[in-house]
Ligand binder design. Sequence first.
Ligand SMILES: Cc1cc2nc3c(=O)[nH]c(=O)nc-3n(C[C@H](O)[C@H](O)[C@H](O)COP(=O)(O)OP(=O)(O)OC[C@H]3O[C@@H](n4cnc5c(N)ncnc54)[C@H](O)[C@@H]3O)c2cc1C
Length: 375
Amino acid sequence: MTTMAVLRKSDDVADEGESLIDRIAALSRTELTPIALAIDEGEIYPAEALRHLGEAGAWSAHADLRDTIAGISAIGETCGATAFMAWCQNTLVWYILNSENAALKVRFLSNAASGKLLGGTGLSNPMKSFFGIEKLKLKGRRTDGGYIVRGALPWVSNLGPDHMFGTIFELEDGSGDKVMFLVDCADPNVTLTPCKPFLAMDGTGTYAVQLRDVFIPDDQVLAAPAMPFVKKIRAGFILMQNGMGLGLIRDCVAIMQSVRPSLEHVNCFLPKQPEDFAALLGELEAETMQLAATPYDSSNAYWRRVVELRLRIGDASVAAAHAAMLHCGARGYLKSHRAQRRLRESYFVAIVTPATKQLRKMLADNAREYPGDQG
Ligand SMILES: Cc1cc2nc3c(=O)[nH]c(=O)nc-3n(C[C@H](O)[C@H](O)[C@H](O)COP(=O)(O)OP(=O)(O)OC[C@H]3O[C@@H](n4cnc5c(N)ncnc54)[C@H](O)[C@@H]3O)c2cc1C
């Protein structure tokens, strides 16, 4: 099957009477709303909902990245944890789609884009290593027909026994060369260890992953060398994260508006009103969509705008969830109320790689040092 046949545009689904985003939003409301609390508490990993979202086209809209982001945002309006898993899944598809390895695409693209194959990304450690924040944790060596890889990653999400994820290892031959590849969680030499419970994002299928001399066949290699590929996929990787924040902020506006009828007489004294966040949301969304129209722009000016916007969306997510808590008062403090879930989810937008501190470091560093510029 060709790449374009696998990918869909929102118009394809619009012909069926409903836009792709409407369909994703409807599925989120019907399938995720009832289980959002259980996902938050780590009782459910929503594999079935993720597969249904895949069938609806949520993981195959990369022909226009704006559709992908709008889809993640629609999911994020209901459940931040599932929006994160949506980002993980879309990132997996984004890697496969952009790979020049034809055999890899034949093997994985259609299944990942349809949601038959679920998975994610283990790029936090590589992304931090490119900025001198920590050392690359996976090492590998060339062998007949592929590579042998070992090492461990502390957190990788949207995983399960038959899932896959993309990450990067460094060759042990002293060259410093890096290879980006897919890990198959079903491999007997791959171990998934559940993480200790998280404050939020607990139902996201997040595991510590250990690779014990795992054979990676050539048709699981996304890119060798990895760095030019990282440069190609980096803007899309970050812009898709914006969908998580945009959906969350939209729901925080809705939360603030929902308590207005009973609390306006006192909430009007709060410094930030829902209209402030609605206006900010409009601005952040417009900038996201403008940048997402050209995800392969390789200029430093473009990359800087991507990084600045991602930082603003992390800050705005925390600010909107904080304001939603203040507007709700005691009712938002109940465990059963989503305002407190939104607050906990919002911190994740600000700490998932690239975290606020890393984004600030990236902006402080010389623009030439961004990952991929070496390659
Ligand atoms: C719920 C959840 C899901 C995540 N999913 C993914 C994913 O799918 N893919 C991915 O690549 N990354 C994932 N991460 C990692 C995430 O993207 C960030 O890298 C992480 O939150 C820390 O980033 P930071 O820049 O703040 O680093 P810091 O927290 O400042 O530093 C991280 C380093 O500190 C050390 N460290 C600190 N505390 C611990 C601890 N409790 N256990 C182990 N090491 C520790 C480790 O050496 C680690 O590399 C996930 C994290 C969380 C909390």
